[in-house]
Design a protein. Structure first.
Lengths: 309, 175
């Protein structure tokens, strides 16, 4: 509710927020300068906790404009479908953030909808002619350059994206993705379970509400997971004042895809497809299901289409 | 910025990764600034408090304990910085923190706030700032302001209706 009011208020507030100065400016700019220096190769440069590189990259970019995804979205009516007796099950997409840029999609209101989601992502593959440090550093530099250009183009101050580089035998693979899907289920009393399944390349990650230091996100194994009502309510349901309440999920590049890119130098990025299906079942037998189809174009740019199933 | 993201950034800063400060600053400067503005009522002081808050986080990030309340921790730092500032200015603060701040805050500087907030009364404005700009839940606001939850809910909804109407009228006047 009141999304336009909130957005306008935050826009005005951000305009009136002073920029950094004094000692704090020095502290921040020092780190930004460090971040612009080349990064030496390490065998597994970044794992899931690629936040370190993300921070360096973001600091180096120094491009904290605002990318408002809502402006790119089609109009989506928010009325609730009469066929749902358990409230408006929704998918909140948290993407190229700003302060809390997000969009809610009502699955029940759009039985035939196929809506392009404003997720962003770039996959870059750099071949390694040999295994010398020089080659690797050059490849890594190239990836960083492409990522930086892409993110600069977005002029985002995203809260939710990750950047990572994985070293394979024949290639370095870099990817930056902006996508967090929050599945909101208002009527948890009547909930039976939530099933998330995935076909094709990729992996889904789930965020438990009480994240630990060691395992901030959990990978969905075997391409499918069924969460019971108790698991959802007690472990996964995250309440975030800014972004919403629900099951926080994230699509990411999987090892299988990295291996495929490593093995085949002619692997076309446009062959990468992944379909995530969320199915919510209630104790009275009602089921609601919808999908997000993720793909890449030949340039490695990610796209996602939301569909009711 | 979510508590999870704030938590991760604070842990990185605590672990010595100072580059995370730039990310934290960009993502959370606006909420901290408006929180400080509420406390001080003065844009210049709010800016000082905001900057002191982030410097304190940089210096003392190792003291942060990850407990899922990252935003609350940052606001506590900001509140303490505001208190420090008042003390330096010679204000003795014998009361509880909330009362102290109420007692010594500068007069309200209306121009420092987003223009659309001018249609709200002081109580409504404060609730809207805490909810929309700082990300507090209405329950937390009720606790903070020692008001009945129902009153906070009612005031918030009333305020948002006013703002919505104001935006609509403004839009129509530009047609």
């Amino acid at each position: 509710m009141y999304k336009k009011v909130k957005n306008e208020l935050r826009r005005q507030a951000l305009q009136k927020t002073p920029r950094v100065s004094g000692a704090l400016a020095s502290a921040i700019s020092e780190e930004s300068e460090k971040a612009q220096s080349p990064v030496r190769y390490q065998p597994l440069i970044l794992k899931r906790t690629a936040a370190a590189v993300l921070a360096v990259l973001i600091a180096a970019l120094a491009i904290f404009g605002t990318f408002r995804i809502s402006a790119n979205l089609p109009e989506v009516p928010s009325s609730e479908s009469p066929r749902s007796v358990h409230g408006q099950i929704g998918l909140i997409l948290v993407s190229a953030a700003g302060t809390d840029e997000e969009e809610t999609f009502s699955v029940t209101a759009h039985p035939d909808a196929a809506i392009e989601l404003p997720v962003k992502g770039l996959l870059v593959v750099e071949p390694l002619a040999d295994d010398s440090d020089r080659t690797r550093i050059a490849a890594e530099h190239s990836i960083y350059g492409k990522m930086r250009d892409y993110l600069q183009y977005l002029t985002t101050e995203s809260r939710t994206h990750r950047v990572s580089i994985r070293a394979m035998t024949n290639v370095l693979v870099g990817y930056g993705t902006l996508n967090t899907f929050i599945l909101g289920v208002p009527d948890t009393d009547a909930l039976e379970n939530i099933r998330i399944s995935l076909e094709g390349f990729g992996v889904m990650e789930l965020m438990p509400a009480d994240m630990s230091d060691l395992h901030p996100w959990e990978y969905l194994s075997d391409k499918e997971i069924v969460l019971t009502k108790e698991q959802y309510v007690n472990t996964y349901r995250t309440d975030n004042a800014m972004q919403g309440t629900g099951l926080f999920t994230y699509w990411s590049v999987c090892t299988e895809l990295l291996n495929a890119l490593d093995k085949d130098p002619d692997f076309s990025l446009s062959d990468i497809r992944s379909e995530v299906t969320f199915t919510v079942s209630f104790a009275d037998g009602e089921t609601q299901s919808f999908q997000v189809e993720i793909s890449f174009n030949g340039s490695g740019e990610m796209r996602a289409v939301y569909k009711n199933k | 910025m979510t508590n999870r993201e704030l938590d991760a950034l604070l842990r990185r800063i605590g672990g010595g990764d100072k580059s995370a400060l730039a990310v934290l600053y960009e993502g959370f400067r606006m909420p901290v600034y408006y929180y400080a503005l509420r406390l001080t009522g003065n844009p210049q002081k709010a800016e000082d408090v905001m900057q002191e808050t982030f410097l304190a986080i940089l210096r003392n990030g190792r003291n942060y304990r990850s407990d899922g309340k990252a935003a609350a921790w940052i606001y506590t730092v900001a509140r303490n910085k505001a208190m420090d500032m008042f003390r330096k200015e010679g204000n003795e603060l014998p009361l509880s923190q909330a009362e102290e701040l109420e007692a010594v805050s500068s007069p309200f500087d209306g121009d420092a706030y987003p223009g659309m907030l001018s249609v709200l009364n002081e109580k409504e404005r404060d609730i809207v700032i805490l909810r929309v700009l700082c990300g507090f839940t209405l329950t937390e606001i009720a606790r903070d302001k020692e008001m009945p939850k129902g009153s906070v809910f009612w005031s918030y909804n009333n305020a948002m209706k006013k703002l919505k109407k104001h935006l609509k009228e403004e839009g129509e006047s530009h047609v």
